[in-house]
Design a protein around this ligand. Structure first.
Ligand SMILES: Cc1cc2nc3c(=O)[nH]c(=O)nc-3n(C[C@H](O)[C@H](O)[C@H](O)COP(=O)(O)O)c2cc1C
Length: 173
């Protein structure tokens, strides 16, 4: 039997991939079969009973691979329990406050409305200036976002644990 849960992600510099890996790890520890894959490498979404999808945020947008995945699989996703996350803001404090209430790119909201995800969350991200090009460094300064790794591993773990509980209650294990 294949995996039950898909954790798909889109990343530029790896911070979101590591968040996806952590989510996958928590789900596996809960006894679920999990595939953690870059969104562009996912085969048939219909093979999975539940989907977690996450993307890094750049200038208010999801990475195109995550947006394309959401669009291409709308119907299959609407028929399954789905959880969405973004990896974005850097800085201390409530990530939703840091992005002034932003939850999802406006363009993707209508699709999300039809899919009706179980939850949509924003996690703090990691901005690694060593990996960024000149333009990205300048843009980050311009929006006054601090560089550094602000990922909230406890928050990510707790969110994944809640997904595991919901899936177990749904009789997926
Ligand atoms: C040029 C640039 C623009 C960014 N724009 C946003 C943004 O609009 N909103 C946000 O929350 N984070 C923004 N970020 C922060 C990144 O989303 C964050 O660093 C993320 O964790 C990177 O993930 P990745 O390593 O998977 O690519 C931006 C970062 C850079 C370098």
């Amino acid at each position: 039997m294949g995996s039950q849960v898909l954790v798909a992600y889109a990343t530029k510099y790896g911070a979101t991939a590591e968040i996806a890996e952590r989510i996958g790890q928590v789900l596996r520890q809960a006894g679920l079969g999990v595939d953690v894959l870059p969104a562009e490498r996912v085969g048939d979404v219909r093979a999975y009973k539940a989907v977690v999808l996450g993307s890094a945020v750049y200038i208010g947008q999801w990475r195109k691979q995550a947006a394309a995945f959401l669009r291409a699989n709308e119907q299959a996703l609407a028929e399954r329990p789905v959880w969405l996350f973004s990896s974005g803001p850097t800085g201390e404090g409530d990530p939703v406050k840091l992005v002034q209430g932003w939850r999802l790119p406006t363009k993707l909201q209508p699709i999300a409305d039809r899919i009706r995800p179980r939850d949509i969350v924003v996690f703090q991200g990691s901005a690694n200036v060593q990996k960024m090009n000149f333009l990205e460094k300048w843009m980050l300064k311009n929006v006054k976002a601090p560089a550094g790794d602000f990922r909230d591993w406890d928050g990510i773990t707790a969110w994944a644990a809640a997904i595991a509980t919901a899936l177990k209650e749904a009789g997926l294990t």
